[in-house]
Design a protein around this ligand. Structure first.
Ligand code: BTN
Length: 246
């Protein structure tokens, strides 16, 4: 039935990256719904080769998926980001926003990030691994250079949260939005008001060039429509190194 993934958990204490653990499990046949959860990571991975600092107190997990569709996998970071935003809202009442393409923000600061990695056998998608990192109970001062732009749920709420409850809310939301994506390929259209980037000035780095644009829209295929003077272009997720809302 739509929206039902049978989740099972592989708990690791300290690991290099749950993405790596999940990749090995998926390669040896682990089922869709296997979730690797760590207390802390020593080499947490972010988008575009960046590091994801992972002190204890955060929620770090990688979801093994075996999608029934191979088209539209570029939407998986957004599927994950919408699920995280919705899960945080359902758990805490805080309303986060999604900064295109994979960040979850509270009050303009990053509280979570999502990464999606796919493996193919020939031309066929074999599995996808969606990694989710949420700053929950750790203080953002432990996040080094990222601290000024980051927040955590406990800093926003003033109390620590139960990581298992949040994990389950995020997974419940993920299963629903993922089922929608598998069925129709459409997840953006109904959720544009969740995306803080739309209508904002953005500074975008592609290769060695950084340009300021007005972000006008996110298309159904996940690309970001931006304008600079008379130029209007749709940027694919992979093309963009870094995006800053200004
Ligand atoms: C980003 O913001 O660039 C994405 C961050 C994704 C971090 C999570 S934490 C769990 C999983 N394991 C990793 O090494 N990365 C993802």
């Amino acid at each position: 039935m739509a929206g039902t993934i049978k989740w099972s958990f592989e708990r690791v204490g300290r690991t290099d990256s749950t993405q790596e653990v999940a990749r090995k499990l998926a390669g040896s046949g682990a089922e869709e719904g296997t979730v690797v959860v760590a207390l802390t990571q020593t080499s947490g991975r972010g988008r575009k080769g960046r590091a994801w600092l992972s002190p204890e107190g955060g929620l770090y997990m990688s979801l093994i998926l075996r999608p029934k569709r191979s088209g539209g996998v570029q939407l998986l970071p957004l599927v994950g980001s919408f699920a995280v935003a919705d899960g945080i809202k359902k758990d805490t009442g805080i309303v986060p926003f999604v900064r295109w393409p994979n960040d979850v923000l509270i009050g303009g600061r990053k509280v979570a990030g999502v990464i999606a990695e796919c493996a193919y056998r020939g031309k066929n998608l074999s599995y996808a691994i969606v990694g989710v990192g949420i700053n929950c109970n750790a203080r953002t001062e432990s996040l080094g250079e990222y601290a000024p732009f980051s927040t955590s749920i406990s800093e926003e709420l003033g109390v620590e949260i139960d990581l298992t409850i949040l994990r389950d809310k995020v997974l419940e939301c993920f299963a629903r939005i993922y089922a929608e994506w598998e069925r129709s390929g459409k997840v953006v259209e109904r959720r544009k008001e969740w995306i803080s980037t739309i209508g904002r000035k953005v500074e975008i780095t592609r290769g060695h060039r950084t340009t300021v644009y007005l972000a006008e829209d996110v298309k159904g295929d996940g690309s970001l429509v931006v304008r600079s003077g008379k130029d209007r272009l749709a940027l694919r997720v992979e093309e963009v190194e870094r995006l800053r809302e200004i």
